[in-house]
Write a protein that binds this ligand. Structure first.
Ligand SMILES: [Zn+2]
Length: 374
């Protein structure tokens, strides 16, 4: 189905964008806001597209081509401003009445951001043509350039954008729904549905996948580790002898069943890329060894129990995947899903297939560093 709305995360790849400061690059914050909105629109059932889903360099021609070719009627082009002001702005076409731009401004105000203005700008040489290419060259698509705040703010924008970017992104979703006539539901309704369900009555066993006393131990490599050496069996596990590198941070941490040990703090694990290898994982490295269950019988240890996040901003997905594309939303520490249905292998690690109280199925990491079973 053709999207109704295209979201354009401004800049990307080689072009970091002018709204960059010591805390963020504009291209990244634009993408973060856009992906949030993308997932929210999906959740609301509004056909949606993006000009880029990742850190990608796009020429103005390619960017506007993607918008025009999408068949969408509307476009949000998301940006962070620079120039030392404070507050949000929305720019619309001289051929638009600016109604959507004003509604976006109203909602941004309600979300706590000050709104400077909704305005148009034309080429100095031609007052019949819009100044910004995203507005001028996207054909019949009604494009708004949304500037969420200033990276070099003279006021509170930097702090606001760091802590409240989600609220501002959501404000635009709300304004668009009102403008285009789509029923709007706030994101908290999902979270509340998750949260409002009590733990199952039958969890008195206190069992969890990381519980004690069961056969098999798990090695957990922390999410903040960029790379981790692994060594072939039968060699000394020292630098230079490595077979390759695992990438824990890429997977928000990795988890392996420990199959044996060749010396103190050196374990044998089975990896997808390198097969059976040795790995050095002393406590000083940040790795954790936890008691687990045999993979085969583990299912009974978690099925029907609640999966609860141990961290803030934990992503959950609409299908078994680690791709940004399928991120539905995030949950904060202490929030969880009332029922684990299954544990599935996704790439090199595992996800829990979970149900919320409405019966919707989602996926989230099964890494015990991030999720506890209660
Ligand atoms: Zn920009």
């Amino acid at each position: 189905m053709a999207p109704v709305l295209m979201i354009d995360p401004g800049h990307g790849g080689k072009d970091a964008g002018g709204g960059t400061n010591q805390y963020w690059q504009e291209k990244d914050l634009n993408l973060q806001i856009s992906l949030y909105q993308y997932n929210r629109y999906k959740e609301l059932g509004i056909p949606i597209g993006m000009t880029r889903m990742k850190d990608e360099t796009l020429t103005p021609e390619e960017r506007t081509r993607r918008v025009k070719a999408s068949g969408a009627k509307y476009c949000h082009s998301n940006h962070i401003n620079a120039g030392g002001g404070d507050g949000a702005e929305v720019i619309h076409s001289i051929y638009s009445d600016g109604k959507m731009a004003k509604m976006i401004g109203e909602e941004l105000k309600k979300a706590g951001q000050n709104f400077r203005s909704a305005y148009t700008r034309t080429l100095p040489t031609n007052s019949q043509r819009d100044y910004y290419f995203m507005i001028r060259d996207t054909g019949k698509v009604e494009t708004n350039i949304i500037e969420y705040g200033f990276a070099d703010s003279s006021g509170d924008d930097i702090q606001q954008l760091r802590s409240n970017w989600r609220d501002f992104a959501e404000a635009v979703v709300k304004a668009f729904c009102q403008f285009a006539g789509y029923p709007y539901r706030s994101p908290s309704s999902t979270t509340q549905r998750i949260e409002s369900v009590k733990k199952p009555e039958n969890n008195t066993s206190g069992e969890s996948a990381t519980g004690n006393g069961s056969a098999g131990r798990l090695l957990i490599l922390p999410a903040d580790a960029e790379t981790w050496r692994v060594y072939p069996l039968g060699v000394s596990p020292v630098k230079g002898n490595e077979k390759g590198f695992l990438k824990p941070s890429k997977f928000r941490g990795l988890e392996y069943t420990i199959e044996g040990s060749t010396q103190t703090h050196v374990y044998i694990i089975e990896t997808a890329n390198f097969g059976r290898v040795q790995i050095y994982a002393a406590p000083s490295t940040g790795a954790k060894i936890v008691n687990g269950k045999d993979r085969g019988s583990e299912k009974s240890g978690y099925a029907g129990l609640r999966a609860e996040s141990k961290v803030n901003n934990l992503r959950f997905y609409s299908r078994p995947s680690w791709s940004d594309k399928y991120v539905v939303n995030t949950i904060d520490k202490g929030i969880g899903f009332p029922e684990i249905v299954d544990k599935v292998k996704v790439g090199k690690s595992y996800q829990y297939k979970v149900k919320n109280s409405k019966g919707d199925i989602y996926y989230l990491t099964a890494n015990p560093a991030f999720v506890r079973i209660v």
